[in-house]
Structures are given as C-alpha cells and as structure tokens.
Design a protein around this ligand. Structure first.
Ligand SMILES: [Mg+2]
Length: 99
C-alpha cells in the first residue's frame, strides 16, 4: 500500500536536496499544467504505456509537491473528495444533488 503522506514528504525532500523551487506556487502550477500536457501528448501520439505512465507520474509528483508546499494533507483531501464524488447523484450524466 502506498503511503501518500510519505511520498509527499519524499518528493519535497528531493526538491530541497536538488535546490528546486520551494516557494513559487504559480511556477509549480505552470509545471503541473505542463506535465498534464505532456501526458496527453504521449497518449495522443501513441508513445506507449510506459511513456504515458511516466508522464502521469510527473503529474502526481508535481501535485504532491504543491500539496506539501501548501501544507495540505493530500491523502486526507483525496479520501474526502472521493467520498463526496461517490455520494453525488447523477441522472443521464447530469448532477441532481450536491453533498
Ligand atoms: Mg514530464
């Protein structure tokens, strides 16, 4: 089982050790956006599962890194949001009830 909190701390530690950006949040969101684009591009150009999976991993790495920079427990947020989504009611693809 993956411990997201541990991964979040490990990703941040790597950023510290490599002297990567630790404070410029807008820059990190731009990089995250870039990784989403790279993922889509890898999929669109049929670069293969390995390429797509590594780009999606970059998306997760940047997301977890931003969460740590902002002091967010992403594991707790994920569990909360998944529960919210599971309770949402849709009819013909349209939301009819919000929790
Ligand atoms: Mg990438």
């Amino acid at each position: 089982m993956v411990d997201l909190n541990e991964l979040q701390k490990r990703i941040y530690k790597n950023k510290v050790e490599k002297k990567f950006n630790l404070t410029n949040i807008p820059q990190e969101f731009c990089y995250l956006h870039g990784e989403v684009t790279e993922s889509f591009d890898a999929w669109l150009k049929k670069k293969g599962t390995e390429a797509v999976s590594l780009e999606l991993a970059d998306v997760a790495i940047f997301t977890l890194g931003i969460a740590e920079m902002l002091g967010i427990d992403l594991e707790a947020a994920l569990l909360k949001k998944i529960e919210i989504n599971e309770k949402r009611v849709y009819i013909d693809g349209k939301k009819v009830e919000n929790i």
